[in-house]
Design a protein around this ligand. Structure first.
Ligand SMILES: NC(=O)c1ccc[n+]([C@@H]2O[C@H](COP(=O)([O-])OP(=O)(O)OC[C@H]3O[C@@H](n4cnc5c(N)ncnc54)[C@H](OP(=O)(O)O)[C@@H]3O)[C@@H](O)[C@H]2O)c1
Length: 305
């Protein structure tokens, strides 16, 4: 896999930028752009209509792409609920088109899915748990998985929920918490949402290793620790030496105006553990990595975009 060209869709988004930056030394990387044009050193960028099979074939052929990493999508739960047609187009149709083009080109396909696929009533879900989405975002991401695996049976589907340093236009959850605490603003975090967050760099490393070892199918690419959003905020604050007293405990169950979200989004990562022979790493190690990365040149480049 070393040196094979990679095409990253959603190349100006949070994960797309990180994936491109992480791979650019070992692989030629092309990022596909949509509405936002952001430069990233050591990568090329192409404005591409991902629903156009001919345009996709040309782009994959021209770059001799060996692996497509599909991060593009409509990721706002609220926007998906307001416009289900757009959610279907951006999340399902485009994923199917990209997967079909990767299959025609003989390229591998890594599709990024979510932990938002279940009704949230179970303690944790594994890859064999039947999906049971409760909002439009989750339903379209579930249909996208099916469409991708139909079009590209050897695709890798990574269900995840990640944090990391985002570009200015796209702060991540950890950016949002750290910004508030550093500006001495209070913030409310839910105690009743349980999930298994993973550091963005660990997710990328896992995706690249699964590809390199010829894995396919669905994997829960998440961290080892199950915790609430509130607990994540407290751990994050402590890891950065920030006070925790501005973090207020709130309950999703009390928020009647918000789009319905699952209370448990915790995913079991045992299939991943078995495939790679090691765990993705503890929350405390990953938060130390986040802190260390804050001033590294590659991450500073992304944060300044
Ligand atoms: N962030 C998380 O914690 C999280 C959690 C679970 C799963 N995921 C999944 O991870 C993936 C990446 O998430 P992210 O947070 O990096 O997303 P993001 O920052 O919102 O980026 C998404 C990108 O997709 C592009 N895009 C949207 N519609 C497009 C279209 N029709 N054609 C081409 N490009 C299009 C956007 O481009 P423009 O901005 O130019 O329109 C944007 O660059 C998504 O599939 C998401 O569902 C994310």
């Amino acid at each position: 896999m070393n040196g094979l060209p990679i095409l990253v869709t959603g190349g100006a988004g949070l994960l797309g930028l990180h994936w491109a930056a992480a791979c650019r030394e070992g692989h030629p990387v092309t990022r596909t752009l949509h509405q936002r044009n952001l430069p990233l050193d050591g990568t090329s960028a192409v404005l591409l209509d991902l629903s156009d099979p001919d345009a996709l074939d040309r782009a994959l052929g021209a770059a001799r792409v060996g692996c497509v990493v599909h991060t593009a999508g409509l990721t706002s739960v609220e926007r998906c609920e307001q416009d289900p047609g757009a959610a279907e187009h951006h999340n399902v149709k485009i994923a199917a088109c990209v997967a079909a083009a990767a299959e025609r080109a003989g390229a591998a396909m890594i599709h990024i899915s979510t932990d938002h696929l279940f009704d949230g009533k179970a303690e944790a879900y594994d890859e064999d748990s039947p999906v049971s989405p409760i909002n439009v975002y989750g339903a379209t991401k579930a249909r996208a998985e099916e469409a991708v695996l139909r079009a590209h049976p050897r695709a890798l589907v990574l269900r995840t929920n990640f944090y990391g340093w985002g570009p200015r236009h796209r702060p991540s959850f950890s950016d949002w918490v750290l910004d508030a605490l550093r500006q001495d603003r209070s913030l409310r975090l839910f105690t009743d949402i349980r999930y298994t967050p993973i550091h963005i760099s660990a997710l990328i490393e896992i995706g690249m290793r699964l590809w390199a070892t010829g894995q396919s199918g669905i994997f829960h690419a998440v961290g080892d620790d199950v915790l609430s959003k509130y607990a994540f905020g407290v751990h994050l604050a402590k890891a950065f030496g920030l006070p925790t007293n501005r973090i207020e405990a709130a309950r999703l169950a009390d928020e009647t105006e918000l789009v319905r979200r699952p209370l448990s989004m915790a995913l079991s990562n045992s299939r991943l553990h078995k495939a790679l022979g090691q765990s993705p790493g503890s929350l405390s190690n990953q938060l130390s990595l986040l802190r260390h990365q804050e001033t590294t040149p590659a991450i500073t480049e992304i944060r300044n975009l």
